[in-house]
Design a protein around this ligand. Sequence first.
Ligand SMILES: [Fe+2]
Length: 119
Amino acid sequence: MPISQVPIDSEPVCYPIPDDGPAGQLLAAMGRHPFRPAHIHFMISAPGYRTLITHMFFEGDEFLESDAVFGVKPSLVVRPELQGGTGTVEYNFGLARELNPGSNRPPSFVAANNKRSPG
Ligand SMILES: [Fe+2]
């Protein structure tokens, strides 16, 4: 697989999901807040592989343990390191081979083989 570098020109921040409807009522009933930890979404595709849709979270975010939509997995939490004054993350995304090209299988949602996984 080719290695790609994706420049991120702004710092991701946490945000609340819409909580003025049924989702907000459900969260309130459970005593939960509506916030998601800061994250970056990825959709990665390559010929012969299933499309991967995932996201990456950042170590130290106050909402990692209480994401309103339960999307945080330890393998998706990264710690950027400063390189030349820029926060940098190296992450290995694992794509599953498409066994039936042209099928309408849904995208894969699990990133595998993250060598920096803390857990
Ligand atoms: Fe998001």
